[in-house]
Write a protein that binds this ligand. Sequence first.
Ligand code: HEC
Length: 108
Amino acid sequence: MKKEVVVTLAALSVMLFAQCAKKMSPSTKEKAKTETAEVTPKAATPEEMAMGKTVFTDNCGKCHKLRQPGEFTTKKWDNILPTMCKKAKLTPAQSTAVTAYVMANAKK
Ligand code: HEC
């Protein structure tokens, strides 16, 4: 039972890491800058969304009250999230998941 959970989590992190690496390589290179592509969230898996929500509720209300995704537009979150993920000391996989969750629920 416990083993299954661990295996699932391990598989999930590997998946998220792979996705994160894919996402990071173009954005770190200047030439791949395409304005809107950065802000538009990639379709996230339900697992990623679930993890993002958990990471969000567990980590983002520690220093201040939990700010709901709907309080800001994706553009605003795009500025806020990298800083806050760093503040919360999230892993790349957690950052990717929380970003997917927040962006999907952000103010339109
Ligand atoms: C280590 C403490 C800490 C953690 C953890 C943290 N924050 Fe923050 N957050 C702050 C501080 C300090 C500010 C206000 C100063 C600033 O903007 O840097 C802030 C401000 C904000 C704001 C307001 C920004 C604005 O422009 O009004 C939002 C939204 C936010 N955080 C979201 C998050 C989210 C989402 C997470 C989880 C990924 C998170 N925070 C985790 C410390 C933290």
